[in-house]
Design a protein. Structure first.
Length: 158
């Protein structure tokens, strides 16, 4: 199954954090690439939706992200991990693009694309999104022939 949804983390992945809001080098280009590769991009972050919308609007106004970024779908979730069945009930339809391994839901490791942490000192020559793009491409190829059982977050929590 080819994943059609990319669930994006915000802090430490696309930007520094919700306080300093420093966009990662190559962010605009990466988002344009990702939009071309997936049917849907969604925000899947610990940052609440209201705060995310403010950050997104600022990044758009500064020209750091495409205009459509401010209207990205937002996936609310609960629990200790980012269960991809909150994004899509069919496992394998969505990939998690995140820097933090502890948020990967048990059993969904093959659906995680590890992004190098964007952390202080926030170097202008950071290549984390380039590294993550290569990992994303590799993961999409490896998943093309695999399938995952359908599950909903209600099932995964029992």
């Amino acid at each position: 199954m080819r994943p059609t949804i990319l669930a994006l983390d915000l802090e430490g992945t696309l930007i520094s954090n919700a306080v300093s809001q420093i966009p990662r080098s190559g962010l605009y280009e990466f988002l344009e690439y990702a939009q071309g590769q997936f049917d849907e991009l969604v925000m899947f972050t610990t940052v609440d939706e209201v705060r995310f919308r403010r950050i997104a609007a600022l990044l758009v106004s500064e020209g750091k992200v495409p205009d459509w970024f401010a209207q990205l779908a937002y996936t609310a979730w609960s629990g200790r991990t980012k269960d991809l069945t909150y994004v899509s009930p069919t496992l394998g339809e969505a990939l998690l693009f995140d820097d933090h391994a502890a948020y990967v839901h048990p059993g969904q490791e093959p659906l995680w694309v590890e992004v190098p942490l964007f952390d202080s000192p926030y170097l202008a020559e950071d290549e984390g999104l380039l590294v993550a793009k290569r990992r994303l491409e590799e993961r999409m190829v490896s998943l093309a022939l695999e399938s995952f059982p359908t599950g909903r977050h209600e099932d995964a929590q029992s």
